[in-house]
Design a protein around this ligand. Structure first.
Ligand code: NAD
Ligand code: WQD
Length: 350
């Protein structure tokens, strides 16, 4: 109650950030602070480390507010809505490993869907109208024909329970808005987030062996892993390796702040999807060569078989994000690789 009175008197704009101790969430917390919001992290650290909070406090110079709890626990989660009066919520909390989701589909459906449903139900109950949902370019599958996808491109049947949980999540949101809910929701379809904060105080901290390319590259270079296998060299691309739209995690983080700002100015309920990428494609070999230049070292890598389910080439049409959010990425893939390497070096020193 006291904190609610304080919020109103001081025009404090609290933003709920579920999964805020994770990779994208932690970088978003920094951008929220830098743009005048006070983030409240709700995370049970099942896929992150408490040390992230120290990193965030060093970067922001602020005491970070966090509540350690499982957002699938409705009663525990509700207490946070009672404690704070949020102007918006960013819902990151989910499992995200594609391969694991094939092995343990129920684990993925249960966590990713229940967490979203609880977040939406409580947002409705406590009138938290402005919501951002973490979706993924995975909803597009393998693009047919043109490799640049717009928000209107066909949504393809998901190739994994993880991908399906994002598609179902988007459908749940659309159905809720159709039912007359007053919420305003942006579904951000991220392409490939990479990099780390320029201070090297926060970054990607995969628990166990990474499956994404860039952490695999940096962990190989530092000696935690022996060798990187490039999955396939016979794709129909200029150098035979797959092409992705890699976006610096700090640019992606800022897109969330722009989304909240945009939502605050919308008068009516809505559900809309926005691609968050750079619009540019980079191949696996280009990532390796750029890494070798940036780190002034040579990486131990070899070609291997194609990975099942891999997309050959995909990148974002970014017209909508630029037009609606007035947001453009400012960092390059080289910047992201530099920051990811700096982060890996710092982790190693610690
Ligand atoms: P992450 O695993 O680093 O962060 C997720 C955070 O959520 C973790 O800190 C974890 O502890 C927390 N969490 C998970 N389930 C929870 C629960 N039930 N209760 C409380 N906390 C819980 O993942 P990330 O890379 O930061 O991804 C964030 C979101 O973005 C996810 O929804 C993910 O699916 C989506 N996404 C990620 C990528 C990517 O490549 N990283 C791409 C597209 C979309
Ligand atoms: C990038 C490229 C690999 C590792 C995944 C999820 C997707 C989304 C983003 C959340 C590909 C190649 C990789 C390695 C390699 N996440 N690679 N050797 O495949 O675009 O998508 O993350 O929503 O759902 O599937 O990203 O980083 O795994 O791979 O050659 O050891 O690197 O083949 O071409 P991807 P990635």
């Amino acid at each position: 109650m006291i904190s609610r009175i304080f919020e109103i008197m001081n025009d404090v704009k609290h933003i709920l950030v579920t999964g805020g101790a994770g990779y994208i969430g932690s970088h978003t917390v920094v951008e929220l602070y830098e743009n005048g919001y006070i983030p409240v992290i709700v995370d049970d650290f099942r896929n992150s480390h408490l040390s992230v909070i120290n990193g965030l406090e060093k970067i922001t110079g602020q005491k970070i507010i966090y509540r350690k709890l499982d957002v699938c626990d409705y009663k525990a989660f509700e207490k946070v809505f009672i404690e704070f009066s949020f102007v918006g919520a960013i819902h990151f909390a989910a499992y995200k490993a594609v391969g694991e989701s094939v092995q343990s589909p129920l684990k993925y459906y249960k966590n990713n869907l229940l967490a979203l449903i609880n977040c939406l139900e409580l947002a409705e109950k406590y009138h938290v109208e402005n919501i951002v949902f973490s979706s993924s370019c995975t909803v597009y599958g393998e693009p047919t024909g043109v490799k640049t996808v717009t928000e209107e491109s066909k949504i393809q049947p998901a190739s994994s329970p993880y991908g399906n949980s994002k598609q179902i999540g988007e459908e749940i949101i659309d159905d809720l808005i159709k039912s007359g809910s007053s919420l305003k929701i942006l579904k951000l379809r991220y392409f490939n987030p990479v990099g780390a904060h320029e201070t090297g105080l926060i970054g990607e901290l995969p628990i166990g062996k990474p499956t994404n390319l860039l952490p695999f590259v940096t962990q190989t270079a530092i000696g935690k892993l022996d060798e990187l296998t490039v999955f396939g060299n016979d794709y129909n691309t200029p150098d035979g390796t797959c092409i992705r739209d890699y976006i610096h995690v700090c640019d992606l983080a800022l897109a969330h702040v722009k989304s909240i700002e945009w939502l605050e100015n919308q008068p009516n309920s809505l559900s809309d999807s926005i691609n968050i990428g750079t619009g540019k494609g980079t191949s696996v070999l280009e990532i390796i060569h750029t890494f070798e230049k940036v780190s002034e070292s040579s990486l131990n890598w070899k070609f291997g078989d194609r990975r099942d389910g891999d997309i050959e080439e995909i990148y974002a049409n970014v017209d909508k994000s630029w037009k609606l959010l007035k947001w453009k990425p400012t960092k390059t893939v080289k910047d992201a690789i530099f920051d990811a390497w700096n982060w890996e070096l710092k982790l190693n020193n610690d």
